[in-house]
Design a binder for this molecule. Structure first.
Ligand code: ADP
Ligand code: NI
Length: 216
């Protein structure tokens, strides 16, 4: 298969696999992450097909949707790559990227193994901020039946990834616990620039939300 065919095949498989996924992590998220990643790669380099494949597949194996089990999802990811005719060394590299991009409350301490991983991680994080980030956060909060906001519950400093994952805090707290930190955690200079207006939008949104909450 040529490069385009391989990516087209992965797209169709991801679309099928994620058809019942929570909307914040569905096929459209995978596509947005791929486009963000392509944009970053234009100035930061990296192997484009590896980046596209990892971006499309990065949430197929997400442990938060399989009760902490990453093995099933990674096997599925590997099978899709095999069917798309990627060589075993290429598959290993893509799986390595996927294993290392997750935020996990900031407790994913391995660092990024390659420029391709750095780029896909940045691309995923860009989709967590800005207007789409706001929409995704409240959608996820609704999916988990979380409160929008509760001034009596302070944002938390989590001690480990499990604590972060199991938190039942209001969705507004997630902005302070994760989303507002992402701008500072971007790996590449290009993503840092792209994060700037999206970060500002989060701040404006919170400002307006608090004003309306207090009836100002
Ligand atoms: P990763 O999948 O990279 O480990 P997370 O699971 O922390 O990252 O979050 C992915 C996205 O899911 C977030 O950017 C956000 O949109 C949504 N999300 C996760 N946890 C929460 C939460 N507690 N409240 C609201 N949204 C959340
Ligand atoms: Ni993602």
């Amino acid at each position: 298969m040529d490069c385009d065919k391989r990516i087209e095949y992965i797209k169709s498989e991801v679309k099928r696999t994620l058809q019942h996924a929570e909307c914040g992590h569905d096929y459209s998220h995978a596509l947005r992450v791929m486009r963000n990643a392509e944009l970053i790669a234009q100035s930061e380099g990296g192997d484009v097909v590896t980046i596209q494949a990892a971006a499309l597949l990065h949430d197929v194996s997400d442990e938060k949707f399989s009760n902490g089990n990453t093995v099933i999802g990674l096997k599925l990811t590997e099978n899709i790559l095999k069917k798309a005719k990627f060589k075993s060394a290429e598959i290993a590299k893509i799986i390595d990227i996927i294993k290392n991009i997750s935020y996990k409350g900031g407790f994913n301490v391995n660092g990024v193994p390659s420029i391709e991983c750095a780029i896909v991680q940045d691309a995923d994080r860009l989709d967590a901020i800005g207007a789409i980030g706001v929409a995704r956060a409240f959608h996820y909060g609704g999916y988990k039946n979380r409160e929008l906001y509760n001034p009596e519950i302070e944002p938390q400093d989590f001690e480990n990834a499990e604590e972060y994952r199991n938190s039942n805090g209001p969705t507004i707290n997630h902005f302070y616990e994760k989303l507002l930190k992402l701008k500072y955690l971007m790996n590449t200079p290009t993503a840092k620039v792209l994060a700037e207006p999206r970060h500002k939008f989060l701040e404006q949104f919170l400002d307006e939300f608090m004003k309306e909450w207090r009836n100002e």
